[in-house]
Design a protein. Sequence first.
Length: 167
Amino acid sequence: MPTRLVIVSDTHVPQRARSVPELLWRAIETADIVIHAGDWNALPLLDEIEGRAARLVAVRGNNDGPEFDDRLPEEVHVEIDGIPVAVVHDSGPSTGREARMDARFPAARLVVFGHSHIPWDTTTPAGRRLLNPGSPTDKRRQPTGTFLTAVVDAGALRDVELVPIPR
């Protein structure tokens, strides 16, 4: 049976927004797994997503204070329907990212990261998929806020879609 994913990062609530957009809440509530790559900024959003998501896989980011230390790791490794997944907040500069992630996460087939607020979807020379969902609340130089949806089915990642947040 396919596993529906929502991939999000850099929500920055309440510093950049009061809450995440309603479109993202609807996606969270219908996903099988929500992956959050850090920079929550306050624990109430973590609590709310944990309450609404069927399953949450998450890390803390560089803007998450010490109150996150006991709740979330800086890096997490899970298997989702046969796919080894690594989640980390900061993957470093875009130059050399593919080679760096191949060396850092040799067992992962999918690496999810955030930090830049810039969506990213590439495949490394070793065949590792790298995904950054951007930010749903702090678009920076992007035309809109964003998050990702995807499906994992029988060990294959498919239907990866960047979802823009309407203005």
